[in-house]
Ligand binder design. Sequence first.
Ligand code: SAH
Length: 252
Amino acid sequence: MSQLQRLAVSPSQIEADRLQLTDRQQHYLMRVLRLQTGDRFIALDGAGHGWMAALQGREAVLLEPISTQTELPIAVTLLIALPKNGMDDIVRQATELGVSQIVPVLSARSLLNPSPQKLDRWQRIAQEAAEQSERQIVPAVLPPHRWQEALQIGQDTGCDPGCDSGCCLYLCEARGDRPPLLTCLKAKLIDRANWLPVTLAVGPEGGWTEAEVEEAIAVGYQPVSLGKRILRAVTAPIAALALVGAVLDDVN
Ligand code: SAH
């Protein structure tokens, strides 16, 4: 089973076996993931097609199609502020629900940097959960990032190439009069032809700070509600991911 990173691409970027990368995608693959020429990743076109791809200079070559049978049809990134407890459960359950990549966030109200051993452990849990759920792709658990960097990663993977607005970038906020995530998803994921990757951000036990919410909104994230009840930090990402899966299954 592959542990490779997934990259959402637009069909217009593909010509024969060449994949043209946008500046943002180049930054993501080379700077964030630190891939080098020859390194492999999975390219998904959001319309149910996937390829094993290899980086080649500033573009990529498509090596072979891959089966994406049990995978969600779009990439779903979870930005998760590190909780005091329960990260193991979040990684396991998020993987079962089809998440593509998990980005631990060092938010103002979360704990200090986790050890490299913790990261290895989370990646192992993701591997086991992917096997359990008969997935083809093991989600990547990235090293922890500061909020601004995490928001950027969400944009790199959660935006249609070249899109300035209308992306599926959602910030879950426990309080405030925010539109329901379900309503937002249904409005955006109406039909297969317009599917965009989704990024979800969930805060720590103490919630996001006002500054964090403002920073996210400033770069295009839509604050959303998961209902009138306050969910625990370990429950909220699972509820959000279940909604994404349900909407995609319904449209599919
Ligand atoms: N202590 C905070 C709640 C934190 S809950 C308070 O009392 O306000 C942890 C995280 O889960 C939140 O930051 C948010 O991202 C998410 N969350 C919990 N309940 C939610 C809800 N009803 N709607 C949207 N997000 C929610």
